[in-house]
Design a protein around this ligand. Structure first.
Ligand code: NAP
Length: 482
């Protein structure tokens, strides 16, 4: 496969929070990779910023060490690494005060793309946006990039959007949901809208139900404080799983353009029906074999926050009425696995002997690990002894089908280059975020007021028993987390 990398326009990218965890693990290594493949033009510059007093050389040392730790290619190729470092600058700015803004303004060039990546606490999004505007650092074409969480509920999301929009227009705001930058997630759109095969089947007449699973084998891993205030609903379902659901459920957009795609996603969120408590299972992992429980991990012995959530979601529109979407996500589960499965209805009339354990046709889109697509078919079991059925998989793994060139690019790299290109297709629009909270808020309020405490589950399992029952009672079953 031939790799075609088209360099983006020259840019000044300012990273607020450039010494933080996300910058070290994702943003700086991602930029280095784009430089390595030739996508960063010679005139591109990356300007780190944080409160720490450092000069340019001090920051370059910091980035050098970061790349050696997190970008193997930079460790191996000193010349390339140093060439990248020559693009790096640093300007200390206090995001919540007055220091540094004039210097930042003076450092930026007038005739290149200008982007500000806010890799800082969400509490600083509003103050930074206001100062970029008030100090004349932002221009009408500048882009601002913010990281989730986009609010804690509808009210705080609206307040955040209002803060951002005081200084920037919606077309300048890039809300990163890194799930949308994953190659396989984008492939969902190609699969649906570049093939004629699926569209006739992509509806309630043919699809019995959809399962969306994002399972993690790790626990809260040092994010306990944040996680315990969020839980699986706020941390995963309202954003990542919701975006996956939208891409599966949306109508074909008229064009592959940011607002055409985002309009269709918004319609899906607005069509979601309220979810009764009886269709929700919340869980919390126990401790076992020396491993701490959720409550140990977050340091809150009374926590009622869910580390697991399964729910049945109905979409009230013509395409999907009668086809439930089952969502499931959790921590400390049996395996790390993200996938979407469309399970098709049985043939209307079966002429063959009943097959024990038959699961029927399914299209499974694997997001991680081992990204690919599987189609489960029923065939005749080979050999004599009567006509028996069996199930086989048509399996496509991206790495095998497309070769090493297809090794998926990290989502952050892709998304940062989209920011520079000015392409908002893979970023959440403010009204999408608010609509998702408007759906999630009453559900959260329901369990906060009267709902049961989360059900304990064993680490390494597939979640609480009741999550299995959620499908069993509908005559269905979850796919294995493996
Ligand atoms: P972090 O490690 O705590 O880093 C925060 C950065 O902000 C540091 O560079 C810090 O440097 C700077 N900073 C703090 N206060 C400042 C101020 N008043 N003015 C200027 N700079 C200031 O945070 P992080 O984990 O990288 O997270 C950054 C953002 O990404 C957060 O919104 C987080 O929710 C989001 N996020 C992170 C991850 C992740 O994997 N880490 C994943 C998803 C989303 P100084 O102290 O020197 O100022």
């Amino acid at each position: 496969m031939v790799s075609r990398v088209i360099p983006v326009d020259p840019f000044d990218l300012v990273i607020f929070g450039a010494t933080g965890d996300l910058a070290r693990r994702k943003i700086l290594p991602g930029l280095f990779h784009r430089f390595q493949v030739g996508q960063m033009p010679a005139e591109a510059r990356v300007i780190g910023s944080a409160r720490s007093e450092m000069d340019r050389d001090g920051f370059r040392d910091f980035v050098r060490n970061t790349l050696i730790e997190f970008a193997p290619a930079a460790k191996a190729d000193k010349a390339l690494r140093e060439a990248f470092l020559a693009r790096i600058d640093y300007i200390p700015v206090d995001a919540a005060g007055a220091d540094g803004w004039a210097a930042l303004k003076a450092a930026l060039r007038p005739d290149v793309v200008r982007a500000f990546y806010l890799s800082v606490s969400p509490a600083l999004f509003g103050p930074i946006a206001a100062r970029l505007h008030d100090h004349g650092v932002a221009t009408p074409d500048s882009r601002i990039v913010v990281e989730k969480p986009f609010g804690h509920d509808l009210q705080t999301a609206q307040a955040l959007n209002a803060d951002l929009r005081q200084a920037f227009d919606e077309h300048q705001i890039y809300r990163i949901d890194h799930y949308l930058g994953k190659e396989t997630v984008q492939n969902l759109m190609a699969l649906r809208f570049a093939n004629s095969l699926w569209e006739p089947l992509w509806n309630a007449t043919h699809v019995d139900h959809v399962q969306i699973t994002v399972a993690e084998s790790i626990g809260v891993e040092g994010r306990g404080d944040y996680y315990d205030r969020s839980g699986a609903m706020r941390d995963m379902v309202q954003n990542h799983l919701m975006q996956l659901l939208c891409l599966i459920a949306m109508e074909p957009p008229s064009r592959f353009r940011a607002d055409s795609v985002r309009n269709e996603k918004l319609k899906v969120i607005e069509a979601l029906e309220p979810v009764p408590m009886s269709d929700i299972v919340r869980g919390q992992y126990r401790g076992r074999d020396g491993q701490g429980s959720y409550r140990d991990d977050v340091g809150n012995p009374d926590s009622l926050t869910e580390s697991f959530l399964a729910m049945k979601v109905n979409i009230g529109n013509w395409r999907w009425a009668g086809t439930p979407f089952y969502l499931r996500t959790g921590k400390r589960l049996r395996a790390r696995m993200s996938e979407i499965a469309l399970v098709f209805r049985d043939p209307p009339h079966m002429i063959f002997p009943k097959m024990e354990g038959r699961r029927g046709n399914a299209l499974i889109i694997r997001l991680q690990p081992d990204e690919g697509i599987t189609l489960r078919n029923t065939i005749k079991e080979p050999g004599p002894g009567g006509f028996r059925l069996t199930e086989v998989k048509l399996d496509m793994t991206f790495a095998e089908a497309l070769g090493p060139e297809a090794a998926p690019q990290d989502a952050y790299e892709r998304l940062i280059m989209d920011v520079i290109r000015g392409d908002q297709t893979l970023f959440m629009r403010g009204d999408e975020v608010e609509a998702a909270w408007a759906w999630a808020d009453p559900i959260i309020a329901g369990w906060e007021e009267a709902g049961p405490a989360p059900e304990p589950y064993d680490p390494g399992s597939s979640g609480p028993e009741d999550a299995l029952m959620l499908l069993h009672r509908d005559g269905r079953r979850w796919r294995e987390i493996a």
